[in-house]
Design a protein around this ligand. Structure first.
Ligand code: F0G
Length: 482
C-alpha cells in the first residue's frame, strides 16, 4: 500500500527514508557554467562533477546507499576464492530469482560481453524489445544483428499505454518464422526499457514471450538492470499484480527466463553486475569467460564491499517503500512539466524524466543533435546535468551513414534516494525558463567524433553563437541569480 502526502491539496511523493549523510553541492554562476560546457566540448559526459549542481546524468552507480548497506560493507570477506560474501550474494539472487547459478561481473556491460562471447555468432540474430547502447555494441561486435520489436506505443512519445516497453509478439513470431529458430542467438527483453524513456514491460508480455520462446526452443534473456522501477509499475498499473507482493512479482518475471543479467550499478543500489543462469550446461558454457575477463568466479571484478552492499540492496529492492521513491519523484516531475506545456515522454516511466527535444526545439534539425543541444543549454541555464539520448547516442553504420534516432530525448535521471523534492522543483523551474527561451537555442556539430560509443567522449561546438545569446537572456531576465 503506498503512502500518500497531500500538501495544499496537491498529492506529493512521500519519502520513506531520511538523509543521514550529506555532500555539499556547488552552483556556479552562469558565466562559469558557460565556460565549463565549452571546455567539455558541449558534451555533458565531459563535465567535471564539481561544476555540476544536480547530477541527473544517470542513476548508474550513484544511488544513495542505506545504513544497512553501509553496515554490511564492514563484514565483507576479503578472499580471492571462496569468499563468504559471494555466497551471501549468490544466495540472495537464488532466493529472489529462483536460479541456481550466478556468474559475477564488474558491471552490466561486462555481463553483456560474456553473453555475447558465449552465445552470439556472426549472422545470428538477437530480437529484443529495444536496444541499449552497450548491449547492441556487444552483439554487433560479435557479428550478430539486433532486431528491435518494440510495440507501436513504445515509440509514441506521448501515450496512455501503461506498458510501452512491451515487445510486439506478432513481430517476434514473424522473425522466427522467417529466419528459423536456429538463427536466433537469444531473445533479449529489457525491463524498464531505458532508451524509450524507462518504460516498463507487463508481466503478461513477459509470460507470452517466455511461452513462445520455450515452444520454439529459443533462449530467453532478461536485462534486469532497471527491474526495480518495472516492478513498481507492474504492482501499480497491472491488475493481475495488484494483489501480489514485490517478491512474488519478481519471481513470476524471473520464471519466464533462462538467463537474467543486470547492472548492479542500478539494480541493488551498488556497483557491480552479473549473470544468473537456470541451467547447468549454459552456466558451464559461460563460466570460463569470467576468470578470463573479469576475475575469479567468486568476485568477478567486484569489490567484496560492493557485493555485500548489493546483497542488502537487492533485499531492499523487494520492499515497496524502498522502490517507490524513484518512480514517484519522476511522476511528480512529469506532471509539473506537462502542466507547464513542456514536451515530455508520457506516461512517466522509471529511471528519470525525459524531455522531448524534437518538440522542445522543432527548429533544430536532427543532424544538429537537438537533444545534445538541449542538454548543453539546460546545463548552462541551471547547472543540472542531463544526458542526450538521441542521434548522438547512435553509431554510424558500416558505410559511415549516421542513422537518425527514433527519438531525441534529454534524460534527467533521478538516482534513487538522492535528491530532495525542492531540488527537483528547482530543475522544473529552470526547464520552464528554458522552454520560454527555446527559440534562442540552436544546434551542435561534431568537432571530434570517435568511432565507437561516440556520445561518451565526442566533442562538439554550437552552430552559431546561440550560447552567448542564452547567457545574455538569462542575465536580462533573472538578474543576479546564479
Ligand atoms: N542494460 C541497461 C538497461 C542499462 O541501463 C545499462 C546501463 C546497462 C545494461 C549496462 O550496465 O553501465 O553497469 O555496464 N545504463 C547506464 C545508464 C549506463 O546511464 O543508463 P553498466
Amino acid at each position: 500500500m503506498s503512502k500518500v502526502n497531500f500538501f495544499s491539496g496537491q498529492q506529493l511523493p512521500l519519502e520513506m527514508h531520511k538523509v543521514r549523510i550529506i555532500q555539499k553541492l556547488n552552483l556556479l554562476p552562469i558565466e562559469q557554467r558557460r565556460q565549463a560546457i565549452e571546455g567539455a566540448g558541449y558534451n555533458t559526459f565531459l563535465l567535471q562533477n564539481s561544476d555540476v549542481f544536480l547530477d541527473m546524468l544517470t542513476d548508474s552507480g550513484v544511488n544513495a546507499m542505506s545504513d544497512r548497506q553501509q553496515a554490511a560493507m564492514l563484514i565483507a570477506d576479503d578472499a580471492y576464492a571462496g569468499s563468504a560474501t559471494f555466497t551471501r550474494l549468490h544466495d540472495k539472487l537464488a532466493e529472489i530469482f529462483g536460479m541456481q547459478y550466478f556468474l559475477p561481473a564488474h558491471q552490466g556491460r561486462a555481463a553483456e560481453h560474456i553473453l555475447g562471447q558465449a552465445l552470439v555468432r556472426p549472422g545470428t540474430l538477437v530480437p529484443m524489445n529495444y536496444h541499449f547502447t552497450t548491449s547492441k555494441a556487444h552483439i554487433t561486435a560479435r557479428g550478430g544483428d539486433v532486431l528491435e520489436l518494440i510495440g507501436e506505443a513504445g515509440l509514441q512519445v506521448t501515450s496512455d499505454e501503461p506498458f510501452k516497453g512491451d515487445l510486439d509478439m506478432a513481430a517476434l513470431r514473424r522473425v522466427v518464422e522467417q529466419h528459423g529458430a536456429e538463427k536466433i542467438a537469444y531473445v533479449r527483453v529489457e525491463a524498464g526499457t531505458n532508451l524509450i524513456g524507462g518504460q516498463p514491460v507487463s508481466l503478461e508480455n513477459f509470460r507470452e514471450i517466455s511461452e513462445y520462446c520455450r515452444a520454439q526452443g529459443v533462449l530467453s534473456v532478461l536485462d534486469a538492470s532497471l527491474l526495480a522501477d518495472n516492478l513498481y509499475f507492474n504492482k501499480t498499473r497491472e491488475p493481475q499484480c495488484r494483489d501480489l507482493s514485490i517478491p512474488e512479482i519478481t519471481r513470476a518475471i524471473a520464471d519466464c527466463f533462462d538467463i537474467i543479467y543486470f547492472s548492479a550499478r542500478k539494480l541493488g543500489f551498488g556497483r557491480g553486475g552479473g549473470i544468473c543462469v537456470r541451467d547447468e550446461t549454459l552456466y558451464k558454457l559461460m563460466r570460463g569467460l569470467v576468470p578470463m575477463y573479469e576475475g575469479f568466479l567468486t568476485y568477478g571484478g567486484m569489490s567484496v564491499r560492493e557485493m555485500e552492499a548489493i546483497t542488502v540492496g537487492l533485499d531492499e529492492t523487494m520492499d515497496e517503500d524502498m522502490i517507490n521513491q524513484g518512480p514517484q519523484f519522476i511522476a511528480h516531475m512529469i506532471n509539473e512539466l506537462q502542466a507547464r506545456g513542456i514536451p515530455v515522454i508520457t506516461p512517466a516511466g522509471g529511471l528519470g524524466a525525459h524531455l522531448d527535444a524534437m518538440r522542445f526545439l522543432p527548429h533544430v534539425p536532427q543532424a544538429q543533435y537537438p537533444a545534445g543541444a538541449l542538454a548543453a543549454a539546460l546545463y548552462v541555464a541551471s547547472g543540472v546535468r542531463g544526458m542526450e539520448r538521441g542521434t548522438l547516442s547512435e553509431q554510424r553504420d558500416a558505410d559511415g551513414v549516421e542513422p537518425l534516432a527514433n527519438m531525441e530525448l534529454v534524460r534527467l535521471a533521478l538516482p534513487r534516494r538522492v535528491f530532495t523534492l525542492s531540488q527537483v522543483n528547482y530543475a522544473i523551474d529552470r526547464i520552464d525558463w528554458l522552454y520560454h527561451q527555446r527559440d534562442l537555442i540552436g544546434g551542435l556539430r561534431f568537432v571530434e567524433e570517435p568511432e565507437i560509443l561516440r556520445f561518451f567522449y565526442g566533442r562538439l561546438a554550437p552552430v552559431g553563437d546561440w550560447v552567448d545569446e542564452l547567457v545574455a537572456a538569462f542575465r536580462a531576465d533573472l538578474g543576479s541569480s546564479l
